[in-house]
Each structure stands twice: as C-alpha cells, then as structure tokens.
Design a protein. Structure first.
Length: 216
C-alpha cells in the first residue's frame, strides 16, 4: 500500500503522540509498509494531504474555517472534540459535513477502528489534489455571530465583567447576560471557560485580514 500524507494540527502533545501511536499500530495490522508521512502545516502553501487530524473547542466546529475549503476533495478530516454532546449536523459548515468527529472520551478501540477505515481507504485511492469548489460556501448553514456578540466574547476573554461590558456598549448588564446565554445555547457551550476557549482557538486556522467568524 502507498504511504499517505498526514497533517496533525494540535498543540496537545499527548493527543499528537496518541494519534501517531494509533497510526503506527494500524499500519502494522494493515500491512502498510510506511505508516504515514507527517507534513508541515502552512496557511499559504498546502500540499496534498490524505488525512487531517485536528481538535476544536466547544462550538468551534459550527463556525467558518476557510482552511478546510483548500483541502483536496479526498482528504479525510478527523476532529477531536471535548464532549459527547450530539452535533447539530444541520448547522455544520458544508466543508465539514464529511468530517469524522471524535470525542476525547471515546473508547480507544472505537477511535482506532474509525481511523483504520479511513486510512485503508486513503492508501488505495488515487484522487487529485484540486482545491474544493468555492461554491461549497454558497448557502452554507454555518453559525455566525453579530458584532455585539463578538465584542462580548472578546471582552470576556480580557476579563471584563457584565457591568464593564455593558458600560462599553451602552446597554443594560442584563442584556449582556442575555447575549451570553444565547451565544452559549447557540453553540452548545456549557461554561464560561468553554466560551473563552472557543474564541481563542478560532485563530488556529487564521483567515487573511479577519477572524474566522461571520460578522453581520
């Protein structure tokens, strides 16, 4: 079997090591001579990638990620998420509809089987490396944030409380609280810490000239 090109994009060294170990085990069991070739991540130059492993914070997978549109059509995408909460599939970006979402709490055997299935498929396919059609963004159901909501999330990240944010925006602190609750429900975010983390992690796949959030 041919050697797939794999991109592991995570700052979690334990997750990175775990993925590498699983790939090595699968390669041995499936008689793949070379388990994988880990490629360097670059937002400017993106070579052929057969498999991509990354992680996302709560709610992050519902936002726009221009990076995924650049991937070759045959690329298998694995996204590790923190919880077992059911995904709102109808609100996923079009470029992530075929992605495999794996909870950090998943059984190791199940994770291994999911990766093995995609790995064996990638070693026997011979697809081209064309970018995904930009029309995939047309009528994309991804979730968006208003300018006020985006400001509120950023203010929370800097440590501002509801009263301080309200004074900055010139609205009631009760309105700020209502905005926060609506954001958390919309993106399936359970805690304030998850809300902060989601905003920070949006910068993992940066979009030139802007943040990866639709602002309307």
């Amino acid at each position: 079997m041919t050697m797939p090109d794999i991109l592991i994009n995570t700052e979690n060294i334990f997750l990175n090591r775990g993925i590498c170990e699983l790939l090595s085990e699968i390669a041995k069991e499936e008689h793949i001579r070379e388990p994988y070739s880990v490629v360097d991540y670059s937002t400017d130059i993106l070579g052929p990638i057969d498999m991509l492993f990354t992680e996302m914070a709560a709610g992050e997978h519902y936002l726009c990620h221009p990076f995924f549109k650049k991937l070759p059509p045959h690329t298998s995408i694995f996204i590790f998420v923190a919880t077992d909460s059911a995904l709102q599939v109808e609100q996923l970006p079009l470029c992530l509809l075929d992605a495999t979402f794996i909870s950090m709490n998943s059984d190791l055997r199940r994770v291994k089987n999911q990766i093995a299935k995609r790995l064996t498929e990638s070693t026997t396919s011979s697809c081209g490396g064309l970018e995904k059609d930009s029309r995939r963004c047309v009528k994309c159901p991804r979730l968006t944030l208003t300018k006020s909501q985006l400001y509120i999330i950023d203010a929370i990240r800097t440590g501002m409380n509801n009263q301080q944010i309200a004074q900055k925006l010139g609205i009631s602190h009760k309105t700020i609280f209502s905005h926060k609750i609506n954001i958390m429900k919309k993106f399936q975010i359970a805690t304030k810490q998850e809300l902060t983390s989601s905003h920070l992690l949006l910068l993992r796949f940066p979009q030139e000239g802007s943040v990866n959030v639709g602002i309307y």
